[in-house]
Design a protein around this ligand. Structure first.
Ligand code: GDP
Ligand code: GDP
Length: 455
């Protein structure tokens, strides 16, 4: 068995992966330039180092280890994109959405010197629906005169605006107390042991790609509707479908059957619905219309799947409409637009003719198998020491970072934690990720790699 040790061979205290991973996470969200990074640095104090990087398709999330009044927790900073990004409002709302689905509590940061903008309001609207605790922080409150201004932020509907100055530190102790008050003791569990039952599938894709046609084709009359007994809904929510000898639970198919049309905000609600179906599922079947150019909306759905950490199978539907020319175009589009999910299996199907629909269930099984894979610690560590011996991490500020220990902390999706003696370049982390896939597979599943640095 492996024990993480320092240069003198002494065990490294406080670096027990199980213990570290068992602490809850508070996500910090807000517009660019409201002062998130300044605040996060203030809250951490100087001693804490970056401990995890979670590279996302839309942006990276940075997770820090934090300690306050003897309680350990993680702070996730999701800031840092282009301030003048087009569609900023949507980006911030999506960030809030992701935060409330992945973290154990969320803090929205608003710039008190500016007041609530429409972007802040959009984020607050999303967060008001959150199942996890949410709090509001008004920063840049550098002196007492500004405190009264923060009162107007009550109207965001997220409770008391906690006034702080990230720059001077004013109010940061009280803020930390308030954060720990709302933060649960233990992290949320997505799919705990013993979840059992049929495996859960989200059938998603932009409107008109053929989701309901496909469900009808593969399941036909042969599906039963499941009433969600746990929730209060009386609406049938999921469908049980017999595919290739197994029963699968297609989640949230109610919307597909009802064909609800909304006059305004349709796209926004469709996107929320998609995102909640993905969260509720273990594997996503993403439909893309093969007869049309791959759209930004298709990429957005794929991004949601990989950021949610779900297994993935891509179906190119309407293959009956694809001719030679279109096939060539599609090959180019795949290289250009789907590079970030190249690990996913693709099946060309037609909901109209039934072409290749028999290949769907085997692809789902393979993706889930990757998603469930666990590499034993011993094997992982001998693999990584061979890898590092062949190609050591690049030297940084005159020091050669060492990888002390590796462990697969979680499955679903496979999540690896490396304990290193120094910063590992993003390029080197990508190299490790690539080699993990080359040597162990993981087709159909996202994998995560985080690096923990000992000070
Ligand atoms: P982020 O994009 O939300 O992470 O924002 P930053 O932390 O990078 O801060 C944006 C700008 O606001 C920087 O110029 C900071 O110096 C400034 N700033 C951040 N916090 C405060 C504060 O508490 N008071 C004042 N006066 N300025 C601040
Ligand atoms: P949804 O909005 O994703 O549920 O899409 P629908 O299942 O309602 O399909 C939208 C349209 O595409 C309908 O007119 C379907 O008949 C058509 N369609 C769906 N799948 C196929 C296919 O494989 N080939 C062709 N040619 N048309 C399809």
């Amino acid at each position: 068995e492996f024990v993480a040790t320092d240069e003198d061979g002494l065990p490294i205290a406080g670096l027990d992966p199980d213990e570290v991973l068992a602490t809850p996470t508070l996500a910090v969200v807000g517009r660019p330039n409201v002062g998130k990074s300044t605040l996060v640095n203030r809250l951490l104090g100087r001693r804490e180092a970056v401990v995890q990087d979670i590279p996302g398709v839309t942006r990276d999330r940075i997770v820090y280890d934090a300690l306050w009044n003897g309680r350990r927790f993680k702070l996730m900073d999701t800031g840092g994109w282009e301030p003048d990004a087009t569609g900023l409002q949507g980006v911030v709302a999506a960030q809030a959405e992701t935060a409330m689905r992945t973290a154990d509590a969320v803090m929205l940061v608003v710039d008190a010197s500016v007041g609530a903008t429409t972007t802040d309001e959009a984020a607050a609207r999303v967060l008001r629906r959150a199942d996890v605790p949410v709090m509001l922080c008004a920063t840049k409150v550098d002196d007492d005169r500004l405190v009264s201004d923060t009162a107007s932020l009550w109207r965001l509907g997220l409770g008391e605006p906690h006034a702080v100055s990230g720059l001077h530190g004013r109010g940061s102790g009280d803020l930390l107390d308030a954060m720990l008050e709302i933060l649960p003791e233990t992290p949320r569990e997505d799919f705990g042991a013993g979840a059992g039952g049929p495996r859960r599938v989200a059938l998603v894709g932009k409107p008109n790609v053929g989701k309901s046609s496909l469900l009808n084709k593969v399941a036909g009359e042969n599906r039963s509707v499941v009433h969600d007994v746990a929730g209060t809904t009386v609406d049938p929510v999921d469908s049980l479908v017999d595919l290739d000898g197994d029963i699968w639970r297609f989640v949230d198919t109610a919307g597909l059957r009802k064909r609800v049309k909304m006059a305004s905000g349709m796209e926004y609600y469709a996107s929320l619905r998609t995102s909640s179906a993905i969260e509720a599922a273990e594997v996503a079947l993403v439909l893309i219309d093969a007869s049309e150019p791959i759209a930004e909306q298709d990429q957005r759905v794929l991004t949601m799947v990989s950021e949610a950490g779900r297994a993935l199978v891509i179906l190119f539907n309407k293959w009956d409409l694809v001719d030679e020319d279109r096939r060539h175009e599609l090959t180019r589009e795949l290289e250009r637009d789907l590079i970030s999910v190249r690990w996913a299996e693709r099946v060309n199907v037609s909901a109209l003719t039934g072409r290749s629909t028999a290949r769907i269930a085997p692809a789902l099984r393979r993706a889930l198998e990757s998603w469930d894979t666990r590499i034993p610690t011993g094997r992982l560590n001998s693999w990584i020491s061979d890898l590092v011996a062949a190609k050591p991490p690049p030297v940084r500020s005159g020091k050669q970072p060492k990888i002390l220990f590796a462990t697969q902390a979680q499955t679903r999706p496979p999540t690896f934690v490396l304990f290193a003696s120094g910063f590992l370049e993003p390029g080197y982390r990508r190299f490790i990720e690539r080699r993990l896939r080359e040597d162990f597979g993981f087709a159909g599943s996202p994998i995560r790699l985080s690096v923990r640095i000992r000070e």
